[in-house]
Design a protein around this ligand. Structure first.
Ligand SMILES: O=C[C@H](O)COP(=O)(O)O
Length: 261
């Protein structure tokens, strides 16, 4: 059985400020003394360099932990006349190690598609970033029994675009659309069922070690439901929205991810 280090990624979305960054770094400096969990802070792009600088300024106090910075999106292009876009190379240049790709909010409101997300994935890995690939179904897709098909299509397009080793250094986040921001998390059993499918499908379509790929759950994770979710065999941590904006809740979730395994 491959042991997988859990990941707790905090997706601030279009929220937060430098004060939150300072609060999080101070709390991690004083209360997290384990490298058994990989923590990823994903603030809005304007704060990425500041958050990275804060982590570097507190490196001594953060020694023995694993905390990195990630973008919330990246362009499928390298650069040019694309107002408002951010290239993967730019994220890497300010110290990002990760980038969230294909979040359902970007698919719903900003034109991300299965094809464009696979192309963004290519730019991320070409620039040394670890993609956090978001997949998940809508309520109607689940009700129609299409959950696995929807997720399989995204995984297969990434492999088709990036090759059979695409997931060697990537993270997947299963985020059922009906659970995001609703307070209505998937049950541990629902999460485990989909995570197990994702892992099995990866083994079928790619040459990456499917047992080594971290698969995070996202969608209304809080300290009240995290223990059971993180205890599931194929749940390797979480992609956290709302609760990542509260330093106490977020570090609590990190500690739960450590103790759950
Ligand atoms: O990226 C995070 C997910 O969208 C979950 O957000 P949430 O924890 O606020 O439901």
């Amino acid at each position: 059985m491959t042991s997988r280090r859990p990941v707790l990624a905090g997706n601030w979305k279009m929220n937060g400020n430098l004060q939150l960054a300072q609060e999080l770094v101070a709390k991690f400096s004083s209360e997290l003394d384990s490298d058994a969990v990989e923590v990823v802070l994903c603030p809005p792009a304007v704060f990425l360099a500041n958050v990275k600088q804060l982590l570097e300024q507190n490196a001594a106090a953060l020694a023995g932990t694993r905390i990195g910075v990630g973008g919330q999106n990246a362009s499928a292009l390298d650069g040019g006349a694309h107002t408002g876009e951010i290239a993967a190379s730019m994220l890497a240049s300010v110290g990002c190690d990760y980038v969230i790709l294909g979040h359902s909010e970007r698919r719903a409101m900003y034109g991300d598609t299965t094809v464009s997300v696979a192309e963004k994935f290519a730019k991320a890995i070409a620039n040394g970033l670890i993609p956090i690939l978001c997949v998940g179904e809508s309520e109607s897709e689940r009700q129609q029994g299409n959950t696995f098909d929807v997720i399989a299509a995204d995984l297969e397009k990434v492999v088709e675009t990036n090759g059979k080793r695409a997931f060697d250094n990537a993270i997947i986040a299963y985020e059922p659309l009906w659970a995001i921001g609703t307070g209505n998390s998937a049950t541990p059993e629902q999460a485990q069922e989909v995570h197990a499918f994702i892992r099995a499908h990866l083994a079928k379509i790619s040459d990456s070690d499917a047992n080594a790929v971290r698969i995070l759950y996202g969608g209304s994770v809080t300290p009240d439901n995290a223990v059971e979710l993180f205890a599931q065999a194929d749940v390797d941590g979480g992609l956290i929205g709302g609760a990542s904006l509260d330093a106490d809740k977020f570090i609590n979730l990190c500690q739960m991810a450590v103790s759950a395994k």
